[in-house]
Design a protein around this ligand. Structure first.
Ligand SMILES: NC(=O)c1ccc[n+]([C@@H]2O[C@H](COP(=O)([O-])OP(=O)(O)OC[C@H]3O[C@@H](n4cnc5c(N)ncnc54)[C@H](OP(=O)(O)O)[C@@H]3O)[C@@H](O)[C@H]2O)c1
Length: 306
């Protein structure tokens, strides 16, 4: 039987364990994927914790993880754009999970993996990089305008910085001092977060910024939100309510195979590096999730599956 890393009930990391599970069967519109790599995201522990129960309804034990790259082993009914043997990346189907030897992927949220993109890079794209793509495009900025990415040093932030730079935007990003070099390597200006962060931005840009893509929320967004000249251009993937306080709202996710294909092509063309900074073997999946759960991981963490 294939192995999967599950949470047995809603709660903390103590609810996580490896289990032998039945081979998943693809339903209509689904792909059975032989997983080669699985991306790790903050949503994974938030789902385990039960914080997202109203949007992601699960009946534990449930396999952890929401994005994978691998090889299609079977296709469900009504799937005509993928075949057995295709190398793909995608978001997992409802009720399925990515930290597993086999996962179900929603065909409409999948794309073929360009051959020059590694499985580990591909697995980092369906959630983080696609969210970055959606958020940056939603802001609809013109070349030369200024975007502040709040929380630029994580999975979504590093992708957002590069996508925005590719569109000709000037990018500033808040991160801890330890990530200054990483941020500058993305072509963005590093601003240390913490007390005085808004003053530090105003020293560089007295009139503030054109838009904010927030990836942290709460007090962190409150500290910088007023820097946006147009409050409707404050969007958050982490805390839409806090963005709404400034007149903005949530990053609207497309969850589309087209967006995923576009993002994968940026990687294939060398225009986007998802910054997979840590590839963790499957048998240490718990450590991979703990690194992201710390809230201070660097770029993306990906689990490699044998
Ligand atoms: N709605 C969606 O579809 C969607 C999709 C993807 C992600 N998200 C959400 O978006 C958020 C970011 O996701 P992610 O994958 O990028 O997370 P991540 O990889 O865990 O990165 C989070 C980053 O935030 C930084 N950070 C922590 N506290 C900060 C602060 N006060 N100010 C500035 N930066 C701070 C951390 O780095 P340092 O502290 O070391 O600088 C870390 O690099 C999460 O809340 C996630 O759940 C939502």
């Amino acid at each position: 039987m294939p192995q999967a890393y599950v949470f047995t009930e809603y709660g903390g990391p103590e609810t996580q364990e490896f289990r032998d599970v039945d081979m998943p069967t693809p339903g209509p519109g689904e792909l059975l994927v032989d997983v080669r790599a699985a991306g790790v995201n903050p949503a994974d522990w938030k789902i385990r914790q039960g914080y997202l129960r109203e949007v992601v309804a699960l009946d534990p034990p449930a396999v952890i993880g929401s994005e994978v790259a691998g090889v299609v082993r079977a296709v469900g009914k009504d799937v005509d754009s993928f075949s057995v043997g295709d190398e793909v990346l995608g978001g997992v189907a409802p009720g399925s999970g990515g930290y597993a030897e086999y996962a179900l992927v929603t065909a409409e949220q999948a794309a073929k993996k360009p051959t020059q993109v590694s499985y580990t890079d591909a697995a980092a794209l369906p959630v983080a990089a696609a969210t970055a793509y959606d958020g940056v495009h939603q802001l609809d900025l013109q070349p030369g305008q200024v975007l502040l990415v709040n929380g630029i040093g994580g999975g979504v932030g590093v992708a957002a910085a590069q996508i925005a730079r590719h569109l000709g935007l000037t990018v500033l990003g808040t991160a801890s001092p330890a990530k200054a070099e990483l941020v500058e390597s993305l072509g963005a200006v590093h601003v240390a977060y913490g007390p005085g962060v808004a003053d530090r931005v105003r020293q560089l840009l007295p009139d503030g910024v054109d838009a904010i893509l927030d990836l942290v929320g709460g007090e962190s967004l409150q500290a910088v939100g007023a820097l946006a000249r147009d409050g409707s251009k404050v969007v958050s993937a982490a805390d839409p309510g806090a963005a709404a306080d400034f007149g903005g709202g949530a990053v609207q996710r497309a969850y589309s195979g087209e967006v995923l294909a576009a993002v994968a092509q940026l990687v294939a063309d060398g225009k986007l590096d998802p910054h997979v900074e840590d590839v963790v073997p499957f048998d240490r999946a718990g450590e991979a999730l703990a690194a992201v759960e710390s809230g201070h991981s660097r770029g993306k963490v990906v689990i490699s599956v044998p």
